[in-house]
Ligand binder design. Structure first.
Ligand code: NAP
Length: 486
């Protein structure tokens, strides 16, 4: 039975970095009538869900955090998952968000009511909320992707995905296989390698890997010297941003980064055959550049072997590779990534005139500045289409978007309009220019295939420029790009 529930002016879906950042800034701007609905029982998003051994962010912590909530107590340059999760949980009480949070509340549908000019938000409980505006802050990478390998379901041993780590499974003294060598796998492989009786790593495409400049941080200094944490954060930002030229300007500018990765590989792997197997054949940056000091050493342990032939089949107790070799294993860990959602995790979304979002996006997931999409008034995306980054912190992008959404809400207050809907022409024009830049960028021209590209090979995930350029474009709202609905 459907019951009519609350009517918060704004509903935020998700309580990871995006949802919490939005909530904090809403309060600060004087918008107190909002709710954060969270499908799980705690905040944290990806930092709540990913608990695999070695899980840490590969962006330095002083930058991978809110600019308005600096934390002088990051223990390391790249702090572990528990610390990032704690940081996010600390925001609840610091910013008084508890009364706004509704846990264990999954959204099943969003429908725009043309007459009332508001959103109806259906919850799994059967309840319906109504809101003037909805902010989807669900993240793009949270649905674990399992590979379509024949026989996968026949496997009789332990098997799980890196994002659903089974902490009850004891991998010690077991024969373990890992499928995948992406950002997650390079973090957990060095942790499980010393415990396992044997570890077989199935690599489809080698990643480019840079050294990881990790280490303990001087917490006292950051806590006591005024401005030190801010200065450090800014220095990291500009150091990372300077790497953006190869992405934003010309892939040929990636050359120094490739030299660094080749030197790292040469320094860590002496065996020329293994080195050849670990050398990518695509331009660096085409896939996410990984950082690790312990992945190559882990692969050279006596109990670890690297298989570069594709996985052909999985049987009850073995994995068969394309060369016909059968590898006996007790456990399989899938480090095979995520199904990309474009920032929308709600299955049913209908906008003006009953327009289904799947219909609006039939040619691909698209938005204006990655935040608004035509036909869906007052529906705002955080980390929506083409707002991910290959070279800097996405928290920076989130903050720029939060600011932009606040500007949209202020425009609504000022004009007394009920809603704003981005014009199709403005969205098309924006995306046409975006495509022109993306076609020449390394993610499309670099000779690889990654989750950044959709089925048609179009990059729907990343921002093609410098992050400060995105920041500049999201400072103000152009009223001419929107239809105001009264
Ligand atoms: P991923 O980067 O998509 O890597 C998946 C891995 O699985 C790739 O090596 C892929 O090979 C392999 N794979 C997929 N299907 C396969 C198959 N059928 N047979 C063999 N190998 C297969 O996933 P992820 O490592 O979970 O990372 C996803 C994203 O999450 C990252 O790009 C990053 O944005 C984010 N992440 C960030 C951090 C961080 O520290 N900030 C850490 C972890 C994850 P191919 O390369 O050939 O496709």
């Amino acid at each position: 039975m459907t019951t009519r529930g609350d009517t918060p002016a704004i509903t935020i879906i998700g309580s990871g970095f995006s949802g919490l950042g939005m909530a904090i800034k809403l309060k600060e701007a004087g918008f107190h009538d909002f709710v954060i609905v969270e499908k799980s029982s705690d905040v944290g998003g990806t930092w709540r869900e990913n608990t695999y051994p070695g899980c840490a962010c590969d962006v330095p912590s002083h930058l991978y955090s809110f600019s308005f909530h600096l934390n002088p107590h990051w223990s390391r340059m790249f702090s572990p998952q528990e610390e990032i999760w704690d940081y996010l949980r600390s925001c609840i009480d610091t910013y008084g968000l508890r009364p706004h949070l509704r846990f264990n509340t999954a959204v099943t549908a969003l429908a725009y009511d043309d007459t009332a000019r508001e959103w109806r938000i259906s919850l799994a409980s059967g309840e319906t909320l109504t809101s003037k505006a909805v902010v989807t802050a669900a993240g793009a990478l949270h649905i674990p992707k399992f590979p379509k390998i024949p026989g996968r379901e026949r496997f009789q041993g332990t098997a799980f995905h890196s994002a659903q780590w089974d902490h009850t499974a004891d991998l010690a003294e077991r024969r373990v296989a890992v499928i995948g060598t992406g950002a997650s796998a390079v973090q957990f492989i060095p942790r499980i390698a010393p415990q396992a009786a044997s570890l077989t790593v199935f690599q489809r495409t080698p990643p480019w890997i840079h050294p990881k400049p990790d280490g303990d941080l001087p917490q006292r200094l950051f806590a006591t010297v005024p401005g030190a944490a801010r200065l450090f954060r800014n220095a990291i930002y500009w150091a990372l941003e300077s790497r953006g030229a190869g992405f934003a300007v010309d892939p040929r500018l990636m050359a120094p980064q490739e030299r660094l990765a080749r030197r790292h590989l040469a320094r860590q792997v002496a065996d020329p055959d293994l080195r050849a197997e670990l050398t990518p054949d695509y331009t660096i940056g085409c896939k996410r550049i990984l950082i690790s000091n312990d992945f190559y050493p882990a692969l050279q342990r006596d109990n670890v072997s690297l298989v570069t032939d594709p996985v052909a089949e999985i049987r009850e107790r073995t994995i068969v590779d394309a060369a016909g070799r059968e590898h006996e294993v007790d456990a399989i860990v899938y480090g095979t990534g995520f199904t990309v959602t474009g920032g929308l995790s709600v299955p049913h979304v209908t906008g003006r005139g009953g327009l289904r979002i799947q219909e609006a996006w039939k040619n691909g997931v698209e938005a204006y500045l990655g935040v608004t999409t035509s036909g869906f008034p007052n529906l705002f995306f955080l980390l929506g289409p083409n707002t991910g980054l290959g070279h800097n912190s996405v928290v920076f992008m989130i903050e720029a978007q939060v600011h932009y959404i606040l500007e949209c809400l202020r425009l609504l207050s000022k004009t007394k309009a009920r809603g704003l809907d981005v014009l199709r022409s403005a969205q098309d024009d924006y995306n046409r220019r975006l495509r022109q830049r993306l076609d020449h960028a390394v993610w499309s021209a670099g000779g690889c295939r990654s989750w950044y590209l959709d089925r048609s090979g179009v990059n729907r995930s990343l921002w093609p420029g410098f992050s400060f350029e995105y920041w500049a474009r999201t400072r103000t709202v152009k009223p001419s790009a929107y239809e105001l609905i009264y």
